[in-house]
Design a protein around this ligand. Structure first.
Ligand code: ADP
Ligand code: RBF
Ligand code: MG
Length: 457
């Protein structure tokens, strides 16, 4: 193995979360000095150099940065491990908004209850109750809507409405996959939620195999103070017989992230409300959905279900006439996207994380084609609405606005991202196209090509 020398101009920033510029020279390829602007870049660099280090080592290094700087000696894997790592050994998960799609249910229940008081629930207030204890959430609603009742009365009215809905709460995309994966690899898991233990047990009882996945389940009623206090996570670590530093917390809410960091644990945030990731600077990593979790970054076994850069999904079906989009697909990017109306698909859109997907496209009079698409807010353009943008991987001589387009989405490629330049966005979309083009030849995906849904218009 080679030498690595690491220099930094940001040594005094140990406590702040700003990116530190690092200059790394790997001496076994001396002509190639690397400059890493961002830590993830450093990760890929290390991976490229086959030094056997992973991102998780580096995530640790953020809190003991000085060690890295001292690494001016032959960097053997052993030494790097000894100096930099204390990888996680268990996972503590939040429930509502992280594993379960509780948000829709909360909205529906509040709508019903507020209407009894002649008030209308405004979904935009959702962030005010996210991650709070039931009492705090109820108090916030009573105050915001100036309801003529006490918080306790409000809770007694709302509790039965919630219990009636628990059977309808769906698992979030990637939740079942994650639990199965960690369970199969014997990674201990705890569930730590601000809800009372009884509600947690009731909610998870509708999901096969969940209860037995957790060695520990802690409710808000079992500790003195709920999140953002670290109590619950510290108690979970204790019951798992783990050091806090060996725990990875997965959380969707800000109070949860605060609690995890206060417990001195590694925290991955999966914000459940869109366009909020900038608020989660305290987290060690922010991901868009559980589909994007890379357990190996934290020293846990990697998922084994990715196939040639794609993640197979239970297929979903969407169709309608092609509508006008923002008019920039072909003009600005040279990549036309045959937009579909999102009307009638609000549930489906809410259910699926934004990101880049692929599958098959059927056009009524033209046939069936490979397709790659983005769903979301197009961070580069910062759209106000979540749009569906399918790029059909075929060169047509004309537009086909108004024609019926049927899509079967069979797999996932990556989260939507922002890019430093238009060129880099375009290059990435072409790369997505190549990945989709190739993957759709696999029997796993190609079988859907003959699905009658694509031709039934
Ligand atoms: P808009 O913003 O209106 O969607 P675009 O510049 O994205 O405009 O172009 C999309 C239109 O181009 C589609 O609605 C369709 O009529 C046409 N088109 C031509 N070739 C393709 C293709 N390969 N994939 C998607 N749309 C295409
Ligand atoms: N827009 C983004 O801002 N970020 C992305 O990561 C992104 N990925 C895309 C991937 C594919 C396969 C396609 C077809 C489009 C993607 N776009 C992305 C959307 C692009 O910005 C959009 O098609 C244009 O804005 C046209 O409206
Ligand atoms: Mg378009």
């Amino acid at each position: 193995m080679g030498h690595a020398s690491v220099a930094s101009n940001g040594l005094n920033n140990l406590d702040s979360k700003i990116w530190v510029k690092i200059h790394i020279t790997i001496t076994n390829s001396p002509k190639k000095p690397y400059l890493s602007e961002q830590l993830p870049g450093f990760h890929s660099l290390i991976a490229d150099c086959r030094l056997g280090l992973s991102w998780s080592l580096f995530a640790r290094a953020r809190s003991c940065f000085d060690l890295l700087v001292l690494l001016d000696a032959p960097m053997t894997e052993k030494m790097a491990t000894a100096s930099l790592t204390k990888l996680v050994r268990c996972v503590i998960l939040d429930l509502d908004g992280t594993l379960l799609n509780t948000d829709g249910i909360v909205g529906n229940v509040l709508k019903v209850l507020l209407s009894r008081y002649g008030k209308q629930w405004d979904g935009r207030e959702a962030h005010k109750i996210l991650g709070k204890t039931p009492f705090e959430a109820a108090a916030a609603v009573v105050e915001d809507y100036q309801l003529p009742c006490s918080t306790i009365e409000f809770i007694s009215q709302i509790s039965p409405l919630f219990s009636d809905q628990w059977c309808n709460i769906k698992a979030l995309p990637g939740a079942n996959r994650l639990l199965k994966h960690l369970k199969n690899h014997g990674v201990p898991m705890a569930l730590a939620s601000n809800s009372p233990k009884e509600s947690i047990e009731a909610k998870i009882s509708y999901h096969d195999g969940w209860k037995s996945s957790f060695s520990v389940i802690i409710g808000g009623d079992e500790v003195r103070t709920g999140k953002p206090s670290p109590d619950m996570f510290l108690e979970a670590a204790e019951r798992l017989s783990m050091e806090p530093s060996s725990c990875l917390v997965i959380e969707d809410s800000l109070p949860g992230v605060t609690a995890g960091k206060a417990a001195e644990m590694q925290v991955v945030a999966v914000p459940s409300l869109p366009k909020q990731s900038h608020l989660y600077t305290a987290a060690d990593e922010v991901i868009n959905s559980l589909l994007d979790l890379r357990p190996e970054k934290w020293g846990l076994p990697p998922f084994e279900d990715w196939v040639d850069g794609t993640l197979p999904l239970d297929p979903w079906y969407i169709g309608g006439p092609v509508i006008k989009g923002f008019g920039r697909g072909s003009k600005v990017l040279g990549i036309p996207t045959a937009n579909l109306s999102t009307k009638g698909y609000s549930d489906l859109l809410a259910e699926h994380p934004s990101g880049v997907y692929f599958g098959w496209a059927g056009l009524s009079s033209r046939g069936v084609f490979k397709m790659v698409m983005s769903i979301g807010w197009n961070p580069y353009f910062d759209n106000k609405e979540k749009t569906i943008e399918p790029w059909i991987l075929y060169k047509f001589d004309e537009d086909f606005y108004g024609e019926e387009l049927r899509l079967i989405i069979v797999g996932y490629i990556r989260p939507e991202a922002n890019f430093p330049s238009l060129e880099s966005l375009i290059a990435k979309i072409h790369e997505d196209g190549e990945i989709a083009e190739k993957a759709l030849e696999l029997p796993l995906y190609s079988s859907y090509k003959n699905d009658p849904y694509l031709r039934s218009s």
